[in-house]
Design a protein around this ligand. Sequence first.
Ligand code: PLP
Ligand code: SF4
Length: 383
Amino acid sequence: MVQKRLKTSSSERASLWEKVPDNEWGNWQWQQANRITTVAGLDSLIELTSEERLAITAAGERFKFAITPYYASLMHPTDRSCPIRRQAVPVAEELRAVPDELVDPLGEEASMPVPGITHRYPDRVLFYTSHNCPVYCRHCNRKRKVGDPASAAHRLQLMQGIEYIRGRPEVRDVLISGGDPLTFSDDRLEEIIAGLRDIEHLEIIRLATRNPVTLPQRITPAFVRMLSKYPPIYVNTHFNHPRECTEEAATALGLLADAGCVLGNQMVLLKGINDNPGLVRQMNQWLLAHRCRPYYIFQLDPAEGTNHFRTPIESGLELIRGLRGWTTGMAVPHYVVDLPGGGGKVPVQPEYLVKKEGPVYTFKNYEGETYDYREGVDSPECP
Ligand SMILES: *Cc1c(COP(=O)(O)O)cnc(C)c1O
Ligand code: SF4
């Protein structure tokens, strides 16, 4: 079997921005300032029916929307099922109430010892910073919070978070999350990272950011120079589809990796977007080729307004079956369900162990063939 390799896609600007000088287009502040946030803005990019316009206005009022010109240019102008469009443009389904959907699906607020910190596991904490993102993903599990200026952490709260970690010697790993922490300026981020690095018992700092996907221009040489002063830094990003694997994204990953950051990808499994083993295999191979290791595939959390993206668990198992054995083991992430109500992440695996009889274990391999493994027995003692 010859697998088709994913080529890095070249991103073309939508005609709306054809005349923008390159230095502006490549500037993340310009990209931020020129985000599409209105139906009128969308109208100049993609084809919309009048029902869609109404739905976008209604859903967009409930859950904020914003799209960078870069990411908007990856959208197909007429195809409603375009994976980029579906991740970024509101639809009427977001307003459909479904039982069991939760504002805070993971009970993150319930396990907050101080505002902005979730301390659920013994040795690591989640640290919320900004609640802004360059693009508000329609599938976000913090959908109600992102984009809400009232929920952004202020300097005092951030300093209290750092002090909390300083007072907990058991914490050896901090995940700086949000929103997207990279919406802060380099100086503001450095203040946080340097404050954390100053804590002796803290071993690793992780940054969770979708900027390499939605605003790769944010990854500048100056930014990565700053990060390189505070190793070890792990950067987990969020690629969901091969169309996001552009030259700009490749450059952003390259800069981060060259600066010594260890890169991982956290994909979210989305119905009709990436519930396709061949597509995920290609994307994961591309990520490995760009020094970013697939880390997690998330089953979608039951967050409000996201039901139209939810797949059966079986779709996730199908992805793992399509990866394990068929490609590099490092391209096989953990498929996890984050248990609603604060149970934490649990891995879900296809069943490879089919039978156990005494010391004999029977397995099925990736091609469906059966093999036995006999456990060792204690050897009799030497006389
Ligand atoms: C996901 C998560 C972590 C990190 O989990 P890892 O499996 O170590 O990546 C930590 N705290 C919370 C609350 C989380 O949801
Ligand atoms: S970048 Fe992350 S936090 Fe921001 S909207 Fe997307 S999924 Fe949510």
